[in-house]
Design a protein around this ligand. Structure first.
Ligand code: CP
Length: 304
């Protein structure tokens, strides 16, 4: 495949190849080999129109560890503020020789459009409320490292599903990998289309927790919210927050995940986020490894 735009485009074999490649790259890093020559002479452009900490830095680290040249573009401070379009921005970057463009954009569908305008590979680093496929891959990788194969595992994804590209990509990828996913959200934060998604739906977190191998908490996206969706932070936290009492209802070997950034004290209590059964810091480290695997598989071995 030339691009990575949707987790739904990956077959089970594609997904397992990415996870297994990441596993091999992790074992190379664990042998203290920090840099591989694989993408020497290749250029990766990080095109970020929306804020990011983890995804932007980990794509940069991943490309550099594979010896690629990296150009970081942030819309703030660029000619986007003078009205330059996505297409003209993309063509300008391509003229500088991009072999891959990693794009984050507030508009759902922006990576798909970009793929029509550039010759290089396009990697979706999060588009609006649509998808975030490398997040789903690093989540699956983190689960597999803790729990083993994902077939038949019970994964519960909780929170602001309506605005979550992470939830959609995880539902698609985890379904492909044979896991059983249940989404839990307040009715106002569940997408109306959820009946067509390949997962179960519940509005009762306390009933689902004891049957979960993984509980993935989502960030409440206040910046995409209005009062009609979200009446009160206190009420949300009381009904859907993963606090100490709810954490105690999970099986002893179940793990807690969060893609970050977190609203500590709202969707997740600080002591739960920092517990030994939380994978939140591992998820960030695994993000570099997964993004190395994606860039390696998209760009490695080809000649320009
Ligand atoms: N999880 C995630 O996408 O985080 P950033 O927005 O910081 O990249």
């Amino acid at each position: 495949k030339r691009h990575l735009i949707s987790a739904g485009d990956l077959t089970k074999d594609d997904a397992l190849l990415i996870l297994d490649t990441a596993e091999e790259l992790a074992s190379v890093s664990e042998r203290s080999i920090k840099k591989l020559p694989t993408l020497r002479g290749r250029t990766v452009v990080n095109l970020f129109f929306e804020d990011s900490t983890r995804t932007r830095i980990s794509f940069e680290a991943a490309a550099k560890r594979l010896s690629a040249d990296v150009i970081n573009f942030s819309a703030k401070g660029s000619s986007v503020s003078k009205g330059e379009s996505l297409k003209d921005t993309a063509l300008t970057l391509e003229a500088m020789g991009a072999d891959a463009v990693v794009i984050r954009h507030s508009a759902s569908g922006a990576p798909h459009r970009l793929a029509n305008w550039v010759h290089g590979s396009v990697v979706n680093a999060g588009d609006g409320t649509h998808e975030h496929p490398t997040q789903a891959l690093l989540d699956a990788f983190s689960m597999r490292r803790r729990l083993g194969a994902l077939e038949g595992r019970k994964i519960t994804i909780v929170g602001d599903v309506l605005h979550s590209r992470v939830a959609r990509s995880n539902v698609l990828l985890l379904g492909t990998l044979g896991a059983d996913v249940t989404l839990v959200a307040p009715p106002t934060l569940m997408p109306v289309s959820v009946g067509t998604w390949p997962c179960e739906v519940s509005y009762d977190l306390d009933a689902v927790l004891p049957k979960s191998d993984v509980v993935m908490m989502l960030r409440v996206q206040k910046e995409r919210m209005n009062a009609a969706y979200f009446p009160s932070e206190r009420e949300y936290s009381r009904r859907y927050g993963l606090d100490r009492d709810r954490f105690a209802k999970m099986p002893d070997d179940a793990i807690v995940m969060h893609p970050g950034p977190m609203n500590r004290g709202m969707e997740i209590a600080a002591e739960v986020a920092d517990s030994a059964r939380s994978t939140i810091v591992e998820q960030v480290a695994n993000g570099v490894t997964i993004r190395m695997a994606v860039l390696y598989l998209l760009l490695g071995g080809e000649t320009t």
